[in-house]
Design a protein around this ligand. Sequence first.
Ligand code: HEC
Length: 201
Amino acid sequence: MLINIPRWQNIGGLLVAVLFAAMIALGLSHPSPADDSPASKISGFSPYVTKDGAITRPTDYRETFLHLGTYAVATKPDKPLDEMHVVYARPEDVRAYRRDGKFPDGATLVKEVTRVGSDKLTTGQSHWATDIKLWFVMIKDAKGRFPGNDLWGDGWGWALFMGKEPARNVATDYSTDCRTCHVPAKKDDWVYIRGYPVLKN
Ligand code: HEC
């Protein structure tokens, strides 16, 4: 008995040692995977752009961005207004534009396209924005960071998110999806600034 007790203790000690060795070996042969958390994929210059140039939709723009202006649009000839295009930018982008007369690197423009309600109110025939159909997003890239990526060009990243699937950018090539329609605004860095009075000093 007296001899056996230390022996069991030894075996116990041995087991613990083996267990430790196994844990260390496992740890070494399966090193923890590279950090692939969402935060590690974000590019340095914009919280809405990943390192490989994918564009995500700002979800907090209604709370944290400023309203630049709204275009009320009748998309079909001789038909009533059927869309509101409500455009937002971050406060720092508005400040920089008012100071420098241009959008800074990383500037983020969100255009939400809504359906429209209309009624005769005490003011007259009134129109207002209702639910969101889709979002257009432009991110200023003053450095040409993504030369091989078709979402990027002419100094901007370009993206489109549909109301039914708000997390997925459905634009694939800005030159066919966006550029032609923005040519008339080329002299203003591709932005239709006439509708954004807050950018003026
Ligand atoms: C059918 C033409 C057309 C297409 C296609 C188009 N845009 Fe535009 N976009 C406009 C016009 C015109 C305005 C401003 C007036 C308005 O909204 O009615 C505008 C405004 C915007 C704005 C608000 C800032 C600004 O430039 O005034 C953003 C952001 C935007 N577009 C992004 C995009 C992106 C990204 C794409 C492609 C995925 C795209 N647009 C495709 C015509 C177009």
